[in-house]
Design a protein around this ligand. Sequence first.
Ligand SMILES: Cc1ncc(COP(=O)(O)O)c(C=O)c1O
Length: 406
Amino acid sequence: MELRRFLSSRTALMRASQVRELLKWIGRDVISLGGGIPDPSSFPARDLREILDDILSSRPEVALQYAPTEGVDELREELARFMGRRGIKASADNVVVTAGSQEALELLARILIDKGDVVFMENPTYLGAIQAFRIYEPRMLGVPLDGEGMRVDVLEGKLKRARAQGLRVKAIYVIPTCQNPTGISLSGDRRKRLLELAEEYDFLVVEDDPYSYFVFEGASPPPLKSLDTSGRVIYLSTASKVLAPGLRVGWLVAEEELLDKVVTAKQAVTLQTSTLSQFVLLEALRRGVVERQLPRLRKIYRSKRDAMLEALDEYMPDGVKWTRPSGGMFVWLEVPEALDMSALLYRALRRYKVAYVPGTAFHVEGGGHNTARLSYSYPPVEAIREAIRRLASLISDSLRAPQGAS
Ligand SMILES: Cc1ncc(COP(=O)(O)O)c(C=O)c1O
């Protein structure tokens, strides 16, 4: 029977994540620079076991029970304090706990986007955001980046044009610190200018911030939310990169007026975030486990970043460029125009035994065929060096031979 005829027309807008597809290759002697997957050695398993033990002995009746949709009150209070230490003024009422930031993206798309609304994104941007937004049929417009992050001057030009065309600009989605996929951070001046533009052109700013906890050089720049005076910044963060992604806990900070609808939307999507995971995060914050993680994470990922950059310097042929991230998990690679990194992926996996994410997946308006995201977070240092050596061979060989041959 042909069952696909029952599918809604909405499913035609859904695209499988290339990163999740790539996960299937991990372990088949392929070294993966694909997903932004935390280093398993960073998981504070012993602390978490103790916490779980304590929770299940002392409060099983609440930790295993349903909880309010907006999240466990004590956790929301603790998160408000945690945010306060990063310069974000929030009370528990401004916090909703989500099933990772990915759910927050879905919830925001549900409550904010009407068909045809303009949503600006960095180009390239996080593909999970593109995936979440696309179903609601916004007009996603890309803003290019340079070494200081999003080109806010280009954004301004695009805003003027959108206004002249009578388009409704709803929001900008931005990852200002150690961006996914480029590793670039938005400069201080541009942060201020972006917020001025948001006032001038009256749109919301969705700030996605999973990586600012491990900036390797200098201080972490202030979150946009900490500079927000009018309440138009919606801030997302997550325990995925600082504690463990398997907990599936994230949080969203915004004005109560908006959170009301976020909570109603969440009732229909997940009802609530796992109560047990919320208690684990609560205790990890209270006992200083998260704070103690941060210097460890900086050390682990900094040495991996260095290994990748050194290997790129050593092995890549002329004409290949890459970013030098000051934190986070990603390097962005640009190869000569003649190569198509999507077309090369299969060969990379089968023959060279290395995985990466082709850059096209991160672009909202096409382009990026000669780019790729390389993640240094998961493989051990030696494997990173070997992966870059393999990738460099693939690129050198492909530059010599016409694409498609061999
Ligand atoms: C920018 C960005 N946003 C959101 C997410 C989703 O993270 P999670 O749902 O695990 O919190 C990720 C994960 O890699 C990310 O890089």
